[in-house]
Design a protein around this ligand. Structure first.
Ligand code: NAD
Ligand code: TDX
Length: 379
């Protein structure tokens, strides 16, 4: 039986990851997952409460920066894999408060590395290097943003020099470098995945796609930074989860794997496609229109949807230091581990919108309270 310590699993990708392990990949197998999450504004216990059964999946409310807690988790459990999702993840927030990003993303990672090192090292070999218990892995979930920004051409490979621009990406780069330093210095069994922009269920609506979906349903303007010509490569979250577990179990120690969606699009195209998809779904199913918070009646007394169009778009002030283009070359993970992105954007965006429409209670929960204040201050 394998035991995972999954940090940040009350957030977007981590929650999808544990659900993938529990109900798809290891449905028939014994596994144990320990979730460690601080439940910051981005973490929501409601997202995973049905997954926490006290046996296959347990929840620990705590901070990855807490040394005592990390040591306790390792001493009370025979942890095989650490998968570190926990982070401050939003670029715009990092521009407002860089220090928290450095503390969580860098020092939190270092604290977990040290706790794992204390638990997993059994002695020293004749050359002075630590001897590690077999079968252990510390996996760091990283981002393509560590490579910086591309012009019109080219892709990020694992050999692209690290060149982050935002406080967020600089903190993630530092974390990657400390993870690799532990491999090089102590021969620690580590791996890193660097992926492109994820989208899918349980995505917090401070990020572009869920924010746009939510605003359309509310009849609010859709804020697009600058000219909307920045390019992102979108990856369906479950495809990403599959890649992470594959790398944890089968990837080589000390290696980085890029994970990308082959789905490059400008932000303005993403927004227009989302508007059209929601419009067309509502046109096909009149019942769905009841979800709309802006309910305009047409001449027949039906809820009208003709206002769901590109006029909702509003161009707003650009993000400071806004990276122009990200695009991943995932050749290495395809050749070495057979992974490829299974979900094309046209399919993934429909699934994502449907999930959002079907889970309005969740959306309501995460957008109440502090989110409203954040939104008013941002836009
Ligand atoms: P998220 O913001 O949705 O979730 C982060 C989670 O970490 C939350 O549950 C939060 O409560 C928890 N957390 C924050 N600080 C903590 C601390 N000190 N101790 C314990 N838990 C803490 O983030 P996400 O979008 O799911 O991203 C997960 C990881 O993937 C991050 O490391 C991020 O850098 C990386 N990543 C995300 C994307 C993306 O598109 N979302 C793309 C590439 C990489
Ligand atoms: O309201 C908006 N309007 C807008 O035009 C928001 C929130 C974003 N944008 C733009 C900025 C980006 O070019 O859309 C693009 C996507 O923005 P985000 O959703 O904030 O994602 P991004 O900054 O690209 O970073 C995401 O992918 C890489 C995650 O948040 C990171 O954690 C991950 O590392």
């Amino acid at each position: 039986m394998k035991t995972y310590l999954v940090t940040g699993a009350a957030g977007f990708i981590g929650s999808n990851f544990i659900k993938y392990l529990l109900y798809k990949k290891y449905k028939e197998e014994e596994i144990k997952i320990i979730v460690l999450d601080l439940l910051t504004y981005a973490g929501n216990y409601g997202t995973i409460k049905d997954d926490i059964d006290g046996k296959r999946c347990v929840f620990v409310h705590g901070d990855i920066r807490d040394r005592e807690l990390a040591d306790k988790l390792f001493s009370e459990n025979d942890i095989d894999y650490v998968v570190n999702f926990a982070a401050e993840s939003h670029v715009d927030r990092s521009i407002e408060n860089p220090q928290l990003f450095l503390e969580t993303n860098i020092l939190g990672t270092q604290n977990l590395l040290d706790a794992a090192r204390r638990a997993w090292v059994t002695g020293k070999d004749e050359t002075g290097y630590p001897v590690w218990k077999a079968g252990k892995r510390f996996h760091q979930v990283s981002t393509d943003e560590v490579y910086g920004s591309l012009g019109k051409d080219g892709f990020f490979t694992e050999n692209t020099p690290l060149c982050p621009h935002s406080p967020y990406s600089a903190s993630k780069t530092s974390a990657d470098m400390i993870v690799m330093a532990y491999h090089d210095t102590y021969h620690m069994p580590v791996s890193i995945t660097r992926c492109s922009n994820n989208y899918g269920p349980y995505h917090f609506p401070e990020k572009l796609i869920p924010l746009i979906i939510n605003n359309i349903l509310e009849g609010k303007q859709l804020p697009v930074y600058g000219k909307g010509d920045n390019v992102r490569d979108w990856l369906y979250v479950e495809d990403h989860c599959k890649a992470i577990d594959l790398v944890v179990r089968e990837g080589k120690e000390g290696e980085v794997y890029n994970v990308g969606g082959h789905n490059e699009m400008t932000n303005i195209d993403i927004v227009k496609l989302t508007i059209k998809t929601i419009h067309d779904m509502m046109a096909e199913d009149k019942e769905l229109r009841k979800i709309l918070k802006k309910q305009v009646k047409d001449a027949d007394g039906e809820i009208a949807i003709d206002w769901i169009n590109d006029n909702l778009i509003t161009f707003v002030k650009d993000r400071l230091g806004h990276d122009q283009r990200y695009a991943i070359d995932p050749t290495k993970i395809k050749n070495d581990l057979g992974w490829y992105p299974e979900t094309m954007f046209a399919e993934g965006i429909v699934k994502t919108i449907k999930w959002n429409l079907d889970n309005q209670e969740w959306v309501k929960e995460v957008t109440s309270g502090d989110y409203q204040k954040y939104y008013e201050q941002m836009y």
